[in-house]
Design a binder for this molecule. Structure first.
Ligand SMILES: [Zn+2]
Length: 221
């Protein structure tokens, strides 16, 4: 199997998981991977991510234009392009609407609070960026700066954006983001989750730098 076909199949597999795990509803969400410096595979607009076949994916160029495929390039591709422009290390982007993480943003609850140490070590900080009209270039502008310093973020009132070295890496960050949102939801229902102490945060910060030096740090130097 050639590389492009393997990537197409990987995107479809992640699409099925997005839908099966309720991270997207109906035709929501979108996925892209970097195929070459100038070309990208991405999901088509208006198609359920749970039922895609490899041939359904679109090829787009670095200006957002369709190169090949039936249908239209995902309307959120501007946001994906902004990520690829800002992060040469990123080869995949997953955008979804995970309900618990979005509910947290509606309630003003941040996933960026240092309360779950393992999340800080494996995903890093998960900031929330302000609302931008979906499916417009506003989405790209809203995340452009912050994506330089994180691999996962919440777009207020809308959804999640996770990035990675490949499509499974980006997808697993989404799984962890939504799992953290669920854990925090339970914690808030049961009581008042406490932040880690500053000393414990400093230890984790040091550990993160040695444990995974390539990853985005959960707080600035
Ligand atoms: Zn969306």
């Amino acid at each position: 199997m050639n590389r492009e076909q393997a990537l197409r199949e990987a995107v479809c597999e992640v699409g099925r998981r997005l839908w099966q795990k309720n991270f997207t509803a109906a035709t929501d969400g979108n996925i892209s991977v970097r195929l070459s410096p100038e070309t990208f595979l991405c999901t088509p607009s208006g198609v359920s991510k749970g039922f895609m076949a490899p041939a359904d994916l679109m090829l787009a160029d670095a200006s957002g234009r369709k190169v090949a495929g039936e249908g239209a390039v995902t309307s959120e591709f501007w946001t994906h392009l902004a990520v690829y422009e800002e992060r040469p290390d990123v080869c995949a982007v997953v955008h979804a609407h995970p309900p618990k993480a979005v509910a947290a943003s509606l309630a003003g609850l941040s996933l960026d609070e240092p309360v779950l140490p393992e999340l800080l070590l494996t995903v890093g900080g998960i900031p929330t960026v302000g609302y931008a009209t979906p499916a417009t270039r506003e989405g790209g502008a809203a995340i452009r700066e912050i994506i330089r310093s994180c691999d996962a973020l919440i777009i207020a009132r809308h959804g999640s954006l996770t990035v990675g070295r490949d499509v499974f890496d980006a997808y697993f960050k989404l799984e962890k983001l939504e799992h953290a949102a669920e854990t925090l939801l339970w914690a808030h229902l049961l009581g008042h989750p406490e932040r880690l102490s500053e000393a414990e945060i400093a230890k984790l910060y040091h550990l993160q730098k040695t444990y995974n030096p390539g990853m985005r740090l959960f707080r600035p130097e």
